[in-house]
Design a protein around this ligand. Structure first.
Ligand SMILES: *Cc1c(COP(=O)(O)O)cnc(C)c1O
Length: 406
């Protein structure tokens, strides 16, 4: 083959670029430009904004700390065995959260699916492959949940093929339990929406010899909730890694009884022919979550709380300086448990609706996302902002309220 023909045939191969480069006289090789610092979101025309709302999935959750990004960067230079890493990180997380065992999942949602899979299959590999076809494997098929705990995330259980049986009272639970019942699931953020509280729920599960499981994805802060539900005796606990903990948004934690976590991992990557194979977490994310959690535990939580209160105060003061505006600071009792500011006004004196103000904030520069826009109010939660942004939010809200004042 002539040199020209070699080049021609090589160019059809996937790795041809580098081989070709070695064949071309060196002075003609164009060195690749050094990777420039690119602002990719700007380049793509994707709107960025100040988050005055909280840990919202469609708003990309939370911002990872530098130490999380460092962990991701540093660990990206080596290979390791995915299972070995999960073993070691799981052990550490379990210790931090008072659980017998733990594993990193791709979000709280996947923690619930994998935990449910573990309950259904145990260590039976044949059953693992049969999921979600429960009847084929002779597996249990029903999960009991309170009416007040209905949430779209319960679909994480349905993914395993189970049927959700909704109940209202303890008597309903007694009636609902049968030989097909696999477990009893609780929604941590709905504790006040259901008739049955944690202790009674766990006692009922105990009485019927069923595992009790809990979705507490957004129940931190307070930090104690990290271990509280393990201490209470829930068989598995699912939480998000990319909310208050500020790990990668695509991570979560499944923790609880050793036999359930071990069984759950049979349905998790790297194993194929499982319902969980699509729920992969890479080593960098596993380690990112691990350091995020470690760091979260060592935070000065009182100081952080005070910072959030200070941010609320800055925005509250600016809003209240406008005539006919009233404010109210509350803390949601469970889930998104942080200082939250409601700003309301008299629409006879300020010609603006709540939705109108939200839209004006979105369209402004920088763009700001607040929430709860009603007829004459909006809500602001400053805990996921970058420190200092509260001043911009305060000024923008004041500006719009003044502009609409008659
Ligand atoms: C956010 C959330 C989930 C889902 O968590 P991911 O980590 O995004 O998978 C599930 N349940 C509740 C109550 C949540 O708030």
């Amino acid at each position: 083959m002539k040199r020209r023909d070699i080049i021609k045939s090589l160019s059809a191969l996937p790795f041809a670029g580098s081989i070709l480069a070695s064949l071309v006289p060196s002075k003609k090789v164009q060195a690749a430009p050094p990777p420039a610092k690119r602002d990719l979101l700007k380049e793509l025309g994707v709107r960025t904004f100040i988050n005055a709302r909280g840990t919202i999935t469609f708003m990309t959750g939370s911002l990872m700390h530098d130490y999380v990004l460092n962990a991701i960067n540093n660990s990206s230079k080596d290979y390791c065995m995915l299972d070995e890493l999960q073993d070691k990180v799981g052990e550490r997380i379990a210790k931090m959260a008072h659980a017998e065992a733990a594993t990193v999942t791709s979000g709280a949602f996947s923690a619930i699916t994998l935990g449910m899979a573990g309950i259904l299959t145990g260590m039976d590999l044949k059953k693992v492959e049969q999921l979600p076809n429960l009847q084929d494997g002779g597996m249990k098929t029903e999960v009991i949940i309170q009416n007040g705990h209905k949430i779209h995330y319960n679909h994480a259980l349905v993914n395993c093929g189970v049927k959700l049986v909704y109940v209202e009272t303890a008597e309903d639970v007694d009636k609902a339990v049968n030989e097909k019942t696999a477990s009893m699931h609780f929604l941590g953020s709905a504790v006040f929406h259901g008739k049955i509280q944690h202790e009674e729920w766990l006692a009922l599960a105990n009485k019927h010899n069923l595992p009790a499981t809990i979705d507490m994805a957004a129940n931190v802060p307070p930090v104690e909730n990290l271990w509280k539900f393990n201490d209470m005796g829930y068989s598995f606990v699912a939480m998000s890694g990319g909310k208050a903990i500020r790990g990668p948004q695509s991570t979560g934690i499944l923790m609880g009884k050793k036999e359930i976590i071990s069984a759950a991992r049979l349905s998790a990557p790297p194993r194929g022919a499982t319902i969980g194979r699509g729920m992969k977490v890479n080593k960098e994310e596993i380690l990112g979550l691990y350091v995020a959690l470690e760091r979260y535990l060592s935070n000065d939580h009182d100081k952080e709380w005070k910072e959030w209160e200070d941010r609320v105060a800055v925005i509250e003061k600016a809003a209240k300086s406008v005539k006919n505006v009233t404010t109210n600071v509350t803390v949601p009792p469970v889930a998104d448990h942080t200082p939250t500011l409601q700003i309301s006004w008299d629409t006879d004196k300020i010609r603006l609706s709540g939705d109108g103000l939200l839209q004006a904030l979105i369209k402004g520069s920088p763009s700001i996302e607040a929430y709860g826009g009603g007829k004459n109010s909006i809500t602001v939660s400053p805990w996921m902002m970058i420190a200092g942004q509260e001043k911009i939010v305060a000024a923008r809200i004041k500006e719009e309220l003044v502009k609409a004042s008659v």
